[in-house]
Design a binder for this molecule. Structure first.
Ligand SMILES: N[C@@H](CCC(=O)N[C@@H](CS)C(=O)NCC(=O)O)C(=O)O
Length: 228
């Protein structure tokens, strides 16, 4: 039996979605974020030394890191629907997007989140203008242009096909859903990035995605309620 160590409002939601797509039996161990810091509770360190979610335990095997979990689950449980054939262009695309999501795009979303936290944190009045200038400088000189380039790249990658691996959904699309949901919090995708907005619409209308929302409890990314 697979156990998913699931932190509310987190990347772990996409592993739940994958488990629902695969139709395997699993159980959930739920964890709540600290209301002030948003950090995971200390119990997660007992599951994996980094104390992050998602982590799965499948009998005597423990796997952390979303991309590694997805690879493990599809290699063991997929019937050929979500893992493209070895050597195919779809399989190369699968590998690329599986890594790109956490390796290239998510770091930009984390920088955006940290800058936002700095901006809104309580600060002595004399520190506030300095903090604001530093935040504005990082946004202007690094973040904005990089996010724009990545969004344009992802948008053009969906020009010819509905999914990142081709005409059929693959497991890397599941991995890509979270960074795009994070991007959607800051950017109105419908305006500049219709392919990305359509992708998220396709994701959210999948019955397995909706079942995963029911299973996982509240899922809000920075104020946007995905159930609402
Ligand atoms: N690259 C890792 C990131 C894991 C991660 O940072 N998870 C976040 C949830 S979205 C977490 O556990 N945050 C709580 C904390 O840092 O205490 C993955 O994709 O699994």
């Amino acid at each position: 039996m697979i156990t998913l160590h699931h932190l509310e409002h987190s990347r772990s939601q996409r592993i739940l979605w994958l488990l629902e797509e695969l139709g395997v039996e699993y159980q959930i161990n739920d964890y709540k974020r600290d209301p002030k810091s948003s950090l995971a509770p200390a119990e997660l360190v007992a599951v994996h030394p980094l104390g992050k979610s998602p982590v799965i335990v499948d009998d005597d095997v423990t796997v952390a890191e979303s991309g590694a979990i997805i690879e493990y689950l599809v290699e063991k449980y997929d019937d050929g629907t979500l893992l493209p054939k070895p050597g195919s262009p779809e399989r190369r695309a699968y590998t690329y997007w599986l890594h790109y999501a956490e390796g290239s795009f998510m770091p930009l979303m984390i920088v955006a989140l940290i800058l936002n936290r700095i901006e809104t944190a309580p600060q002595p009045f004399f520190v506030r203008p300095i903090a604001k200038r530093i935040v504005a400088k990082v946004r202007e000189s690094y973040l904005a242009s990089n996010v724009l380039r990545h969004l344009e790249f992802m948008e053009s990658s969906l020009e010819k096909s509905a999914w990142f691996c081709g005409n059929n959904i693959c497991a890397a699309d599941i991995q890509m859903s979270f960074p795009l949901e994070a991007a959607e919090v800051r950017t109105n995708l419908k305006v500049g990035y219709p392919n990305l907005a359509d992708f998220l619409h396709r994701v959210r209308t999948r019955p397995a995605y909706q079942r995963a929302l029911e299973m996982g409890g509240p899922y809000e990314l920075l104020g946007i309620n995905k159930k609402g």
